[in-house]
Design a protein around this ligand. Structure first.
Ligand code: GLN
Length: 280
């Protein structure tokens, strides 16, 4: 084979940003050669098979057409775990690790077994990150999408957390029995307004629209979750909701009107208001 098909030249000839090209090539090295990411450097004179080169070209074209990297390589790191992701679920965002951290602090504060509810679990990101980080967490995770639940179940199995993460299908609390009670409710619901131009940009164009927007003002899902929370929270139970950067005042007010106590705003790593927590 010619020099041009060496790993090094394929990477340097790529029209993609090098960081992205390397992520896609690492995926190919793992898939076709069972090689770790470090082979990008240690084996950079390696000549790839025709099959691997064809796959490389296909992945590059898909990426150039805008497909998210996480869907192309089928995985995304989140908190301390790696999740399998596919087009039926939202790609977990680093901002959402804030909910995981707040949830974990509360689990530590409570000691002993703690019942946690993750509403709209998607890939299972929040539920599984929590269960993975603290063995006292007993998590129930819901989603109305059966496609999402298949992916969440796959992740629970891959991470060997099925025993402590129960998956249920339905819309918000509709998935639960009436008397189900929790110490903590967490949710990152669809909160983008239907009119937000971001829905037509970047990765969001490829993600399930029902995971991103309520097809209205952006507040309907958050309102529904707040309205039903007291029926499923133990006394002094904690609710933590992720929201859009400009929604914190409205969520704060909704919780105040719902007679929640100890309402707090939390900022993400970029300094945006990103979550509100409150106690029943
Ligand atoms: N809970 C999942 C996540 O945060 C899915 C959220 C969603 O689909 N809106 O990634």
């Amino acid at each position: 084979m010619s020099q041009e098909s060496s790993l090094r030249s394929l990477l340097s000839d790529s029209p993609l940003p090098q960081s992205e090209a390397r992520l896609l090539m690492a995926y190919i090295l793992e898939k076709y050669y069972q090689l770790p990411r470090s082979a990008l450097l240690s084996r950079d004179d390696m000549v790839l098979s025709l099959e691997a080169i064809l796959q490389w070209q296909e992945l590059q074209s898909k990426r150039l057409a805008g497909n998210p990297i996480a869907y192309l390589i089928g995985k995304r790191g989140f908190h301390d775990i790696e999740l399998f992701v596919a087009p039926g679920v939202l790609i977990p965002r680093p901002e959402t690790e804030l909910l995981v951290e707040i949830g974990l602090q509360e689990i530590e504060r409570l000691h002993g077994p703690v019942k946690v509810l993750d509403l709209g679990t998607g890939s299972g990101a929040i539920a599984l990150a929590i269960a993975n980080a603290n063995p006292h967490a007993l998590v129930t995770a819901t989603d109305q999408s059966s496609e999402a639940l298949v992916i969440a179940r796959t992740n629970a199995q891959l991470l060997k957390l099925e025993a402590r993460v129960q998956l249920m299908q339905g819309s918000w609390y509709g998935a639960l029995s009436d008397n189900a009670q929790f110490d903590i409710i967490l949710s990152n619901p669809p909160y983008i307004s239907a009119l937000d131009p971001h829905l037509k940009q970047g990765d969001l164009r490829f993600e399930p629209v029902s995971a991103l927007t309520d097809h209205a003002s952006g507040l309907t899902c958050l309102e529904a979750i707040i309205a039903g929370a007291k029926d499923h929270l133990n006394p002094n139970g904690l609710i933590v909701l992720e929201h859009g950067f400009d929604q914190s005042d409205v969520i704060f007010e909704l919780l105040l009107k719902g007679n929640f106590r100890n309402i707090k705003k939390h900022q993400d790593l970029s300094g945006h208001n990103r979550a509100v927590s409150a106690r029943a």
